[in-house]
Design a protein around this ligand. Structure first.
Ligand code: UDP
Length: 309
């Protein structure tokens, strides 16, 4: 198949491109390097079935030829991006999605949107099922991303209803692995880099808030399964093994062998208190289940960062 991946230079996008090339597909990658990096493309650019176009999806798309599938992973997704770039994020989730959906409609392609657990906000249902409508502050510091991704789901659902567009919606929970940005502000790369440098690990609040961490190869497998399925309802993709942030910090210290201390610092506004996916839908409809344990995945990620710190 000929497949377009928007956000190809991003953390998840670059792993997805690698998987699709391994599966024998031809891939056209788009990215404007808003949060992705050229380094993530280094191993891909020499592949004969891969081509790359530097492009901002909020602008009219260049001619891309025929395509069978479009994966949209283009969007800054780290909480540190939400403060300085809210309008850019809202534009990517609205105009950007519109442009890609138009391409899909004209090409008769199937479209997979990388949505997010953030659409559930600070959840009042736990674990979160796809039927939960969420608890989102529409004007809070995270609203550009939360509401942007909610709008994208609404837009694509409308395209499916009005134009018959074949849409798949993956609600991605916290994902980690090699090729995350060391400075992207997210918990795991921050803690790993701090541990390897012997600096204090900055735990927000008292660290009792929870997250559930999914290794990137598991997530990518879920994306491909969803795209190739006939499931048109949103599907949670994440690892339901839930852990407090404080326990995650201790695990990083143990696995790195670091003697860094833990420093408790103030917690960002609207930081969700708990997060854990109910993956019954992915299990039953896609036959998908995470394979990589957190300890194994953390260890692989630490090994990758160790080479670079
Ligand atoms: N966090 C932390 N210290 C850091 C970075 C993040 O304690 O240096 C916390 C953050 O407040 C949140 C959790 O770790 O409760 C996960 O944050 P991350 O930015 O990785 O992802 P989120 O799930 O918030 O999008």
């Amino acid at each position: 198949m000929r497949i377009v991946v928007a956000g190809a230079a991003g953390f998840i996008g670059s792993h997805l491109v690698e998987r699709l090339l391994r599966d024998g597909h031809t891939v056209v990658g788009l990215d404007n390097f808003a949060s992705g990096s050229r380094a993530n493309l280094t191993a891909l650019v020499s592949h004969p079935a891969f081509s790359f176009i530097e492009h901002d999806i909020t602008r009219p798309l260049p001619p891309l030829g025929t395509c069978d599938r479009i994966y949209n992973l283009a969007c800054p997704a780290s909480p540190i991006d939400f403060g300085p770039r809210p309008l850019e994020i809202l534009a990517v989730c609205s105009q950007g999605v519109w442009n890609l959906a138009e391409l899909a409609r004209r090409a008769g392609a199937r479209f997979l949107q990388a949505s997010t657990s953030e659409i559930y906000g600070d959840p009042q249902e736990h674990p979160q099922r796809e039927t939960y409508w969420g608890h989102v502050n529409p004007i809070g510091p995270r609203s550009c991303y939360d509401e942007g991704k909610r709008f994208a789901e609404a837009w694509l659902t409308a395209c499916a209803r009005q134009h018959g567009l074949a849409v798949r919606i993956a609600r991605i929970f916290n994902t980690y692995g090699p090729q995350m940005r060391a400075d992207d502000g997210r918990m795991l790369p921050t803690f790993i880099v701090q541990a390897l440098r012997g600096e204090p690990l900055t735990v927000h609040g008292d660290g009792s808030q929870t997250r559930s961490f999914c290794y990137v190869s598991d997530l990518v497998d879920g994306l491909v399964r969803l795209m190739e399925s006939d499931v048109t309802a949103p599907v949670n993709l994440g690892n339901p093994a839930e852990i407090t942030i404080l326990a995650a910090a201790r695990e990083v210290l143990e696995l790195t062998g670091s003697r860094s201390e833990i420093r408790f610092v103030s917690r960002p506004a609207d930081d969700p208190r708990i997060r854990c996916p109910d993956i019954t839908r992915a299990r039953t409809l896609l036959g998908w289940e995470p394979q990589v344990s957190r300890r194994d995945g953390f260890a692989r990620t630490i090994a990758w960062f160790r080479q670079r710190c």
